[in-house]
Design a protein around this ligand. Structure first.
Ligand SMILES: Cc1cc2nc3c(=O)[nH]c(=O)nc-3n(C[C@H](O)[C@H](O)[C@H](O)COP(=O)(O)OP(=O)(O)OC[C@H]3O[C@@H](n4cnc5c(N)ncnc54)[C@H](O)[C@@H]3O)c2cc1C
Length: 435
């Protein structure tokens, strides 16, 4: 047992854990952070888009030395069928601003840098250390953690669980349940390396400008899921993910989907001739607001993916992780400053502060979306993308057919596939879940 006592133990050195440890250390608390990976970032997978605002709140001058890839000037949304995509692109020179709003990053490099800031702030960071269980007293109060290091029990006033989506520690201690298969997606990702000029020519970029493509449609074969293609400086991150329960039901494999995605005629030219250097797979919490577990208890709080804080509709996760980590640390600091104990009653402050933030407000707004997309996945991810593609082709193809006839054909195809009741029902359900 390590006899030194800490104010706080942070489990995990991902976005949430680093944000929490940094904030606690900056506030002068004695904090130890434990990470099972060789270094912060070695176990982490992300697309990855970094949202600057949330990082700025932690490290205002991060642009000076953070390993950033490209700042985003464009976002593309694709609705795909097997041979085409219908796209919505938003590009603006406004994003070529002095303090860009979003960047692409590579997590292994970014997290290592983030962790160096945590150390500089005064936290003890121990990597290659797995927390095996929470240490609890006779009343079930969390008093520290047990690790796989010899004699590695460590005690603190509070434990911040930032252990990522699996949340095994919390589950083992009975503080939360393991997320069910219909509330988590399994995503696979590859890094395709190309010369910088090739990426810029293929994605219509100059300098450090970047673009990201989010894609839905037949690529997920009727399962709830999506693909992504992000341009970095010298590589393209490309991946696809679907709900685990959908994979189980359909018998499809993530690798099979990824291969088909890469072969799609809209995607293949973007990565032609690239060298694939990395392949990774990771879970994403996708249950939304209704899947958020208990966020605090006697001597503990849970943050980031471990708390299922992920906005699947907007593809935001790391920013919710950073914000929840920071807010948890601020709450702990306030309790500590009052010399109050880390009881559940006092730690409820974290939940209150999180409820007031964009994190819970956004997840609450979309609280019915995950279930709607899951139940209606065949329609939203298969039927409609095929119909939209046919409609677009009918619209742009010039073949002597009168336009009125073309419009009737398109309308008939929608009604045949979904019926009038189905169409109005889908629109109504979508609008209600979105509002
Ligand atoms: C393919 C993919 C693409 C994504 N794209 C984006 C994107 O573009 N933008 C975005 O904002 N979000 C994205 N996300 C989501 C984002 O990656 C997560 O929301 C974010 O990483 C959550 O941070 P976290 O710190 O909670 O968890 P993690 O980053 O998973 O960190 C958890 C850490 O805890 C450590 N750990 C776990 N158990 C233990 C233990 N027992 N002892 C010690 N250490 C432990 C792990 O090794 C890990 O380092 C994506 C996710 C995936 C999978």
């Amino acid at each position: 047992m390590i006899h030194e006592r800490f104010d706080a133990i942070v489990v995990g050195a991902g976005m949430a854990g680093n944000a929490a440890a940094l904030t606690l250390a900056k506030r002068g608390l004695k904090v130890i952070q434990l990470e099972r990976g060789e270094y912060s970032g070695s176990k982490n997978v992300q697309g990855a888009i970094l949202y600057a605002d949330m990082l700025e709140k932690l490290i205002p001058d991060f642009r000076e030395d953070a390993p950033l890839e490209r700042h985003l000037v464009e976002q593309r949304f694709w609705m795909m069928d097997d041979r085409s995509h219908t796209g919505l692109h938003y590009r603006s020179d406004d994003f070529n601003e002095e303090r860009p709003n979003r960047y692409t990053i590579i997590r292994a490099q970014f997290d290592k840098w983030f962790s160096s800031k945590v150390r500089e702030a005064g936290a003890v960071v121990l990597c290659e250390t797995t927390v095996t269980e929470l240490a609890q007293d006779a009343y079930g109060r969390v008093i520290g953690v047990k690790t796989d290091r010899y004699g590695g029990e460590i005690h603190a006033d509070v434990v911040v669980l930032a252990e990522g989506v699996n949340g095994l520690l919390g589950s083992r201690a009975g503080l939360r349940t393991t997320p069910p298969a219909d509330k988590v997606a399994l995503a696979v990702k590859e890094m395709h390396f190309l010369p910088r000029e090739t990426i810029e020519a293929r994605f219509n970029l100059s300098g450090d400008e970047g673009t990201v493509i989010e894609a839905v449609g037949t690529i997920s074969r009727g399962m709830t899921g999506m693909g992504f293609i992000y341009a970095n400086k010298e590589c393209v991150s490309l991946g696809i993910g679907c709900l685990v329960s959908d994979f189980q039901k359909s018998g499809e494999t993530p690798y099979g989907l990824l291969e088909a995605f890469k072969r799609h005629p809209s995607v293949a030219p973007l990565i032609a001739g690239a060298e694939v250097k990395e392949y990774s797979a990771h879970l994403i919490p996708e249950g939304g607001y209704k899947a958020i577990p208990q966020l605090y208890g006697e001597g503990w709080v849970v943050v980031g993916d471990a708390a299922a804080l992920n906005n699947a509709i907007h593809r935001e996760g790391s920013n919710l992780a950073m914000t929840s980590g920071r807010i948890a640390a601020e709450a702990i600091f306030q309790i500590k400053s009052r010399r109050d104990p880390m009881t559940a009653e006092n730690l409820a402050l974290y939940k209150k502060m999180l409820d007031d933030s964009f994190v819970i407000k956004d997840l609450k707004k979309y609280k019915d979306m995950p279930q709607l997309l899951h139940i209606q996945s065949q329609n939203f991810f298969l039927t409609y993308p095929q119909l939209v593609s046919k409609a677009m082709q009918n619209f742009v193809r010039v073949d002597g057919t009168p336009k009125v006839e073309k419009e009737r054909t398109t309308l008939r195809s929608f009604v045949k596939a979904r019926s009038w009741t189905g169409l109005f029902g889908d629109a109504f359900r979508l609008a209600r879940a979105w509002r």
